[in-house]
Design a protein around this ligand. Structure first.
Ligand SMILES: [Zn+2]
Length: 66
């Protein structure tokens, strides 16, 4: 396994972690209800994605297991 030759200094560690940026997820309009929704995810308002209702299906599965 690869092994680091030198201990990472506090400075280098901080420099690396400083690059973490908060990013805005790309938003698009929901095709079902028109609400702004995160693209490639089920709509937060109605649970639709790609013309299918996904959130209700997940709720049904939870009830079946409980
Ligand atoms: Zn929607």
């Amino acid at each position: 396994m690869a092994c680091p030759k030198k201990k990472t200094s506090h400075r280098k560690q901080h420099q690396r972690r400083a690059k973490w940026i908060a990013f805005m997820p790309s938003m698009s309009k929901c095709s079902n209800c028109g609400e702004p929704a995160v693209s490639h995810h089920a709509c937060g308002a109605c649970g639709f994605y790609n013309g299918r209702e996904y959130v209700k299906a997940i709720q049904k599965r939870k009830k079946a297991t409980a």
